[in-house]
Structure formats: C-alpha cells, structure tokens
Write a protein that binds this ligand. Structure first.
Ligand code: RIB
Ligand code: NA
Length: 313
C-alpha cells in the first residue's frame, strides 16, 4: 500500500561546488565542478518519500524571486500528490552554498533560510486538512519554530504520526519533543539536544536514555557510516549501514528521513523501515546534489538485497 506523507519544511536553492579540499579564509580556490539544484531539508525529504513509494503533499514557503520561480517549477515537476507553496515579497527564497570535498565527500553548508523562516500561523492553519489526511507528518527545524510547533500541535490533534528530524539544530522545548512520535537526530544534533558527546553506539545509547527521559517514545540516532541506533521505550537496536562509494553526502540525512517516512506510512515495522532507509541513504551519497540524488524504491531495495547476499555468501 502507498502511504500518505505530508512534509512541512524548507525549500532551498542549492549551489554545490566540488572541491579538492575546503578553501581557507581569504582564499579563492578553483572548484572542479559545480551545479545548481533543488534542496532544503523539507523539499529533499519530500522527494525522498515520493521516490521511496509514498504519496506526498509538500508544504513550503519561498520568496517572490527567480529562485522562487525555480522552486515552483521543480516542485510541480517531481510528481507530488499536492504542493502548497506560500510566498513572501519581503524575504529571498532560501538558498544554500555548499562545498563538497575530501575522500568522504563531506560537505560544508552556508544556509540563508530567507522565506523559510516566515511561515505565519494562519498559513499553517490552512494546512490542517492536509496534515490530518496524512498517515505521517514529517518535519524538520529549518523553518521558524512557532510555525513548526503549530504543525506538530495540529498533527497531534489529528492523531497523525509525527516524525521530527531536528535538523538543523535549534533549541526546542521538552514539551514539543514529548509530542513527537519519532525523533531522528544525527550525532551532532543529538549531542546538542542532550549535552552528551555522541560519537559511537555507546554514547548514542546514553543519549537515547536522556531523550526517553524527556518523554520521547521512539528515536533513531543516525551515525553516518557507523549505522544508526533505534531505541523504542529504552529498548535499543543497532541498524547497520550499507557500504557506499561516497560522491556527495549532501542530502544523506534527508534521504534517510524521507524514505523512512514512506516505509512507515505504508505499514512497514520500525526496524525494517530504518534498515530500508539506511540502504536508501547509502545510494543517495553516491550521487551529486541533494533532491537530484534521491534514488527510487527499486534501487534501494537492490542495495539491501546485494548487501544481504554478501554477508550470507
Ligand atoms: O540536508 C541538505 C540540505 O541542507 C541542502 O539541500 C541545503 O539546502 C541545506 O538545507
Ligand atoms: Na547526494
């Protein structure tokens, strides 16, 4: 069954430069390639959920500028069930300047959220039917917090399952966290949320206890190539990472979250959904760009199957 995912989140226009190394302050360094593409954690996760097999309603906000026109064209062309795109004349469309460098294809990102920070509570109220109609509400922290709080409150009232990917980190109240059904921080976000330096499975387990103490039932702490820790009511389970040949890690977290939401919306149990999301993200890092690098369902399934063959051979 195709589940229904509603994503409320950011759109950014990304300009990505592939570098042999990161530039130093004051240095002009020649890139070996560059691309302009659709990004923003919200829009990326929406594309991932769609390609992973869900029906998706994306809700975002852009500026009335050229990047906003680009956003509309992109969002109308990917195949969402519905797009609700608010706009403002007072702020630019969100944009991100991204360097990708090094053997691990790591990135460095400067984000101007612009219009993403200008959702009004009235606009969010207009989205109530879309949030209520979804199996899963997926959101992040790349928009203004009062708007996100209202999105989560509406989902809670409508009994829509809530996934919060707390990225990029901004301080949130414990009251907000307690409303979330599934929290999906990466190591950095988890450290900032708990004060525990999360770097491996052991420290992730400690941090998980702290987060459960704040009233969070289920969480997945993603640890990149180390895999992820799934912890439900204090019961921890390790989710293996899939080997990849990294080309551009931009959007890996978004790939994980979007595909996870698609799986959960179609009724797949949490641990299986997390494993699929891990395979899905491993394909994403092998491709350039953010939204452009999201694989489809079959590609992630093939990654999962080939890895299983390797270990049973
Ligand atoms: O998660 C990756 C995204 O973060 C990029 O697409 C960029 O827009 C930033 O928001
Ligand atoms: Na990528």
């Amino acid at each position: 069954k195709k589940g229904k995912v509603c994503v409320v989140g950011s759109f950014n226009l990304d300009i990505v430069a592939g570098m042999s190394r990161f530039p130093q302050p004051g240095e002009s360094l020649i890139a070996h390639n560059s691309m302009m593409g659709a990004g923003g954690k919200g829009a990326n996760q929406a594309v991932a959920a769609l390609r992973a097999g869900a029906r998706v309603h994306y809700i975002g906000k852009v500026g009335r500028d050229d990047f906003g026109t680009f956003a509309r064209r992109h969002l109308d062309s990917v195949g969402f069930d519905a797009v609700t795109l608010f706009s403002t004349a007072d702020h630019p469309t969100g944009n991100a300047l991204i360097y990708v460098a090094g053997a691990d294809a790591e990135n460095m990102i400067a984000v101007d959220p612009g219009a993403n920070l200008t959702f009004t509570l009235e606009e969010i109220e207009q989205c109530r039917p879309a949030i209520a109609a979804a199996d899963i509400l997926l959101t992040q922290l790349e928009n203004n917090l009062p708007a996100i709080e209202k999105v989560i409150a509406i989902a809670k009232e409508a009994q829509t399952y809530i996934i919060l990917n707390p990225a990029p980190f901004q301080p949130v109240s414990d009251a907000l966290l307690a409303k979330v059904d599934l929290l999906t921080p990466n190591a950095t976000e988890c450290s900032l949320l708990t004060g525990i330096q999360v770097q491996d499975m052991a420290s992730a387990q400690q941090a998980a206890q702290v987060l459960h103490g704040k009233g969070i039932q289920a969480l997945i702490i993603t640890l990149g190539t180390q895999g992820a820790l799934l912890s439900v009511a204090g019961q921890a389970q390790w989710i293996a990472a899939f080997a990849a040949v990294p080309k551009d890690t931009t959007g890996a977290g978004d790939a994980f979250n979007g595909s996870l939401a698609a799986q959960l919306a179609s009724g797949v149990p949490l641990a299986d959904a997390a494993s699929f999301a891990s395979a899905y993200a491993s394909v994403c890092v092998e491709r350039a760009g953010a939204a452009a690098s999201m694989p489809d369902y079959a590609e992630a399934l093939a990654r999962q199957a080939s890895a299983t063959l390797e270990t049973t051979a």
